[in-house]
Design a protein around this ligand. Sequence first.
Ligand code: GLU
Length: 332
Amino acid sequence: MKQSKPTIKIIATGGTIAGAGSSRTTTTGYQPGALHIDELLKEIPDLSNLSNIEVEQLFNIDSVDMTMERLLELGKYINQILLEDEIDGVVITHGTDTLEETAYFLHLVVKSSKPVVIVGAVRPATALSTDGPLNIYNGVKVACNKESHGKGILVVLGDRIGSARYMTKTHATTVDTFKALEQGCIGAIVGSNVHFFYKDITYLHTTETVFDITSVHQLPKVSIIYAHQGDESFLYDAVIQSGAKGIVIATTGGYTLSKEAAIGARNALNNDIVVVRSSRLSSGVVSLTHMDTHHGYIVAEALNPQKARMLLMLALTKTNDKEDIQQFFYTY
Ligand code: GLU
């Protein structure tokens, strides 16, 4: 018999939200992933008013160490957990540095419409005014909300709810760091209310994608090359030699590649590597031009390079056909 309160599984992975510093005023130079989720939850007794809580400490790492093996493990674990009738939603605790990459990966591979929320914190758990406990509390509140169903992975920090497709970390140290710069947040937590501004986002996600990681044991290698003045093509040669199947270029603007980058990219294409043009700018759309169709590049549309890499890895588990991959970038 189903209990009246929802049951939320909290999956802890580490990060600043589980970080410990040497004093209460230490907000840099602390150790991320130092504390167990049970210790963090002791600070939030009110959680039990919202839901029954189950916890799993899957990893306890700095999110920069979220390898593709760990990412696959996390995705498979969430899919398995959400099959259980008694679990109504999932909240993941995560380091903020690569939170958007994990969030978007899960947005593409989770096969459930139950709420999945990812939270982090900018101040370690031991600091004055740490933002972690309230972010966890709000994350659980959003996961318990009926309107959170079918919206893909939701990023909850600082009283805002954003889509994993859009949210990005915009500031190295301030608490108000996660933004959806062009598209805006999709909701807010106001006191005890969860308020959604939109029903859903334009792009397809979770149950609507073609990606199934059940039998994927290794993701195809995709590297990002950051374009800059004085670019040199040897970076591309190094990636080609590494056995990569894809390259995302964080181009300088929306359209151009330097002569050197173009030489490198051509070498990559000649080695059957899929090349995606994204932008090192944090806003805007990289749209298809004659240059792309002529040379055989794919464009990332509005995905930043680190999210474009996630989509390209998954796309390459399905196909090498460039038109199909470009369609994925338009659709997801
Ligand atoms: N680099 C750490 C991490 O991503 C700390 C950043 C954070 O969590 O805010 O896990």
